[in-house]
Design a binder for this molecule. Structure first.
Ligand code: 5GP
Ligand code: ZN
Length: 117
């Protein structure tokens, strides 16, 4: 655990979160500032700064994270209409929390993937 990491502190139960799914290695909870009717963050319980370090350092945990995201999409009722799964990674993507997290977004049409240029 990284004591300075917000999401490690959520895993440790030090900061409250609305948990919607949990496995031995993952935790999923609602985003505090939702950008869609369904906006869930799915994280590995172990600290990895981003999806690249997770994939390189612990491929099994990366697979577990994807499986958890798929389970969340199913339990949130997103499979029929579709949803978006994304990992902001680094500065250009605007990553704010450096504990890897998948955003599961859905519940209405989400519009273009990026703002038109
Ligand atoms: P990023 O920009 O790093 O991909 O996304 C970070 C996400 O974490 C944002 O969508 C933000 O709303 C969410 N977030 C930040 N602080 C908290 C918190 O304390 N609790 C929860 N549940 N979500 C948070
Ligand atoms: Zn962390």
């Amino acid at each position: 655990m990284d004591n300075d990491c917000l999401f490690c502190r959520i895993v440790a139960g030090e900061i409250p979160a609305t948990v919607v799914h949990e496995t031995e290695t993952t935790l999923a909870f609602r985003d505090i500032d939702p950008k869609a009717p369904v906006h869930v963050l799915v994280i590995p319980k172990d600290h990895h700064p981003d999806v690249v370090t997770l994939a390189n350092d612990d491929p099994a945990a990366a697979a577990g994270l994807l499986a958890a995201a798929a389970a969340v999409a199913e339990t949130e009722g997103l499979l029929m209409d579709g949803f978006r799964l994304l990992f902001n990674t680094g500065g250009y993507a605007g990553q704010e929390v450096f504990h890897v997290h998948a955003h599961v977004l859905g519940g209405e049409p989400l519009g273009p993937m990026l703002a038109p240029r």
